[in-house]
Ligand binder design. Structure first.
Ligand code: BGC
Length: 718
């Protein structure tokens, strides 16, 4: 202990970090800023013993890739770790990171689907289960949640996001951070989280992944930075830099946003990690002459840990020795990385050991996965065909996802397994038996059309394969994949009831689908409980209650369409106004507004009430609204509160989500949704990009989605 005083766990972390740093050479420090992919216990043995690798991404070993038997990954991690802990001069453990995005073995809906649940508690429980399962595989750090504001459905990565609004994204992100990290990320069941991708990535030009971003600081601050701030306030341990530039400055070299805003203004004291080769890409982006120059710019900008470009490992020490980089910058980065390692308890528990428990889905984790999958089901239209009566009629289940397993897990699932998924056909068979179920698996063509007459209702499972969304999977057209609409037209032509179930990683153009089908359910990619959740919603055991976390535009040509559009000088008072409308050939309202979602009952909203028409800067007021379940089924209603600031220093969104509250109401039951408001909720960044709260009018609206509901006027007074 005496020659390694930092191992004394009774000392405060900050002191342990300083003791360790005091013993480190410059090269050993630089090692802490270097992350490699797929560390290998033999191939990387010398580097680990020489302390030139501080962190690992993916962490697979001799078996390679992700195909591995239970425990092999943990074995490889321990074998690699042993070199670092027992073979290196100072014994600093390696930090193992992995993308655990929406579940580890128990896969939950894709994040956009999770967001459709509008349920912080569910998001927190899902993240906690993911952490609990991931640690068994030696994972100490996940690269989630992704909180990029998403208003561009062509961009494949909207699937990984929590939607288009800062409030929903920010609160769900904070919930996920709590779930991953708990109150102490060093607890053996928790992992460090990472808010990504800082910042503006959701604005990639044309929805093309990795493309450039032109956005001003005011829009960034009033919109795109907000969920990151929420994650930082929730204590997120790490933040990942984004691939894109922001108005010409690539984020991996963006000193102002990383150092001044994130670390300075917000006081973020965790680790800023590069994205994959993000530092190396500064060369491709044409702002760095070579890798050495890229390393200099990134460390100066505040990137602490280099993911896989090798630039820090190759050049940082030399840059310091040549006087081109201040050693204090390296020290700051290393201090942050070591602090995280101490906080995670890696010095006390470096090894995973033989997994003491498995991490396959259990009845308990499946129950949460099923609740999350059900909550992700958004009923976007229904002429009364749903729910189906499970006791009568023959159901024809058709479409490319009928027998699907792995396809229903969605993008970014490194550890989920197809065999863990309940396919729709299995769940429907269990419900209906063989006799009342007609299946046309995969052959979504003539065969499917023939079967329509033999059944009382057709349930068509359409939409995107997960490979059509996610990273690097952008599309130029948000229509359904080729051919699906043709078959749907044929199915509809027979005139029997038709239900369309849409699996997707993004908002799609659903106009014609809604016209052809008697009911449309958007279910995203729902995870391991896909089939069972679908059966319970379709047959009415559960009333659907998902709400769209992104606006669905009329057509691809209407992108972007979102709640945070700001007023122009030429007001469009009526959508059908052809002179002032923005397109000659089409109208300018969304197909489906943000927050939209139907259920099997109806809700009636009373007039919203304010406890006072005036809100002093330091005071608070309450808005309340009575909501009555006027139908004959119990259901969950997401009561949404929106606002508009009609007079400010800068243009402000026409509609902005402020808060929401879920009410679960029995038939005939009436309840009151109450929202407490303080003036700080109306704060915004003004012309000088500092935060301000103005006195004056605020227009509030309470309703079931971003377009409907009754307005109220509130006056903020100073
Ligand atoms: C993605 C990140 C991800 C990283 C590591 C990158 O390509 O942009 O979101 O965490 O790879 O897998």
């Amino acid at each position: 202990m005496t020659d390694r005083p930092w191992l004394d766990a009774s000392l405060p972390v900050a002191q342990r970090v300083e003791l360790l740093m005091g013993a480190m050479t410059l090269d050993e420090k630089v090692g802490q800023t270097h992350q490699v992919a797929n560390i290998h216990p033999e191939a990387d043995a010398d580097a680990l013993r020489g302390a030139t690798i501080g962190s690992s991404l993916f962490a697979s070993g001799a078996t390679g890739g992700n195909e591995r038997d239970e425990g092999v990954l943990a074995f490889n991690i321990d074998a690699a770790q042993r070199h670092a802990v027992e073979g290196s001069r100072l014994g600093v453990p390696v930090l193992f990171g992995r993308d655990v995005i929406h579940g580890h073995r128990t896969v939950f809906p894709i994040p956009l689907g999770l967001a459709a649940g509008w349920d912080e508690d569910l998001a927190e429980r899902a993240a906690a289960i993911a952490a609990h399962e991931a640690v068994v595989d030696g994972v100490a750090w996940t690269f989630a949640p992704m909180v990029d504001i998403s208003e561009e459905p062509r961009w494949g990565r909207v699937a990984e996001s929590l939607g288009e609004t800062p409030v929903l994204s920010g609160r769900l992100a904070a919930a996920m951070v709590r779930g991953f990290q708990g109150s102490d990320p060093g607890h053996p069941d928790r992992v460090a989280a990472c808010a990504k991708h800082f910042a503006g990535y959701g604005l990639s030009a044309g929805g093309r992944d990795y493309d450039t971003v032109s956005v001003g600081e005011n829009t960034l601050r009033n919109l795109h930075l907000r969920p990151f701030k929420a994650a930082v306030e929730a204590g997120v341990c790490t933040v990942m830099a984004a691939f894109n530039d922001v108005d010409g400055v690539p984020m991996h070299a963006h000193r102002h946003l990383l150092r001044d805003v994130l670390k300075g203004e917000w006081g973020f004291d965790g680790v800023v990690v590069a994205d994959w080769n993000g530092i190396g890409q500064l060369v491709h982006q044409g702002v760095a002459e070579n890798l050495r120059d890229a390393a200099r710019q990134a460390i100066e900008a505040g990137v602490d840990l280099d993911m896989c470009s090798g630039s820090y490992a190759a050049h940082l020490a030399d840059l310091v020795r040549c006087g081109e980089v201040d050693e204090a910058l390296v020290d700051d980065a290393v201090r942050r990385v070591l602090t995280l390692k101490f906080r995670l308890g890696l010095f006390e528990r470096a090894y995973v050991g033989e997994p003491s428990r498995g991490n396959a889905p259990t009845p308990q984790t499946r129950a949460v996965a099923r609740a999350a999958a059900e909550a992700a089901h958004v009923l976007v239209s229904n002429d009364g065909v749903l729910p189906l009566d499970p006791a009568s009629g023959v159901v024809h289940l058709t479409g490319p996802f009928v027998e699907a397993g792995e396809e229903l897990l969605g993008t970014w699932t490194l550890d989920g397994r197809g065999e863990d998924v309940v396919p729709p056909a299995a769940a429907f068979r269990e419900r209906l038996g063989e006799d009342r179920l007609l299946l046309t698996d995969g052959r979504f063509s003539d065969r499917a059309v023939q079967q329509v007459r033999g059944a009382d209702v057709t349930v068509a499972l359409l939409g995107e394969h997960p490979w059509r969304s996610g990273e690097a999977n952008s599309v130029s057209d948000i229509g359904l994949p080729a051919g699906q609409l043709d078959v749907l037209r044929q199915l509809a032509r027979i005139g029997k009831p038709l239900v369309a179930v849409v699996y997707t990683g993004r908002p799609l153009e659903l106009g014609e689908v809604m016209g052809l089908a008697d009911a449309v359910l958007v279910v995203w990619h729902p995870g391991v409980e896909a089939g069972s959740a679908l059966a319970s919603v379709v047959f009415g055991d559960a009333s659907p209650h998902g709400r769209l976390p992104m606006t669905f535009p009329l057509t691809t040509g209407h992108i972007p369409t979102s709640t945070h559009q700001r007023p122009t000088g030429r007001l469009i008072e009526r959508h059908e106004d052809d002179r002032l409308g923005r397109y000659l050939d089409d109208l300018v309202f969304p197909r489906l507004p943000f927050g939209h979602g139907l259920t099997y009952t109806t809700f009636e909203y009373g007039r919203p009430r304010l406890s006072s028409g005036e809100l002093p800067l330091a005071g608070e007021v309450e808005v309340e609204v009575d909501v009555t379940n006027t139908g004959d089924r119990a259901a969950r209603e997401v009561v949404q509160l929106y606002f508009r600031d009609p007079l400010a220093e800068v243009t402000r969104p026409l509609t902005e989500l402020l808060d929401w509250q879920a009410l679960v109401l029995a038939p005939g039951e009436k309840a009151t949704a109450r929202f407490r408001l303080t003036a700080t909720q109306f704060a915004y960044y003004g012309r000088d990009n500092t935060s301000r709260t103005d006195s004056g009018e605020i227009l509030l609206r309470v309703g079931p989605d971003a377009l409907r509901g009754e307005s109220l006027s509130l006056r903020v007074t100073t």
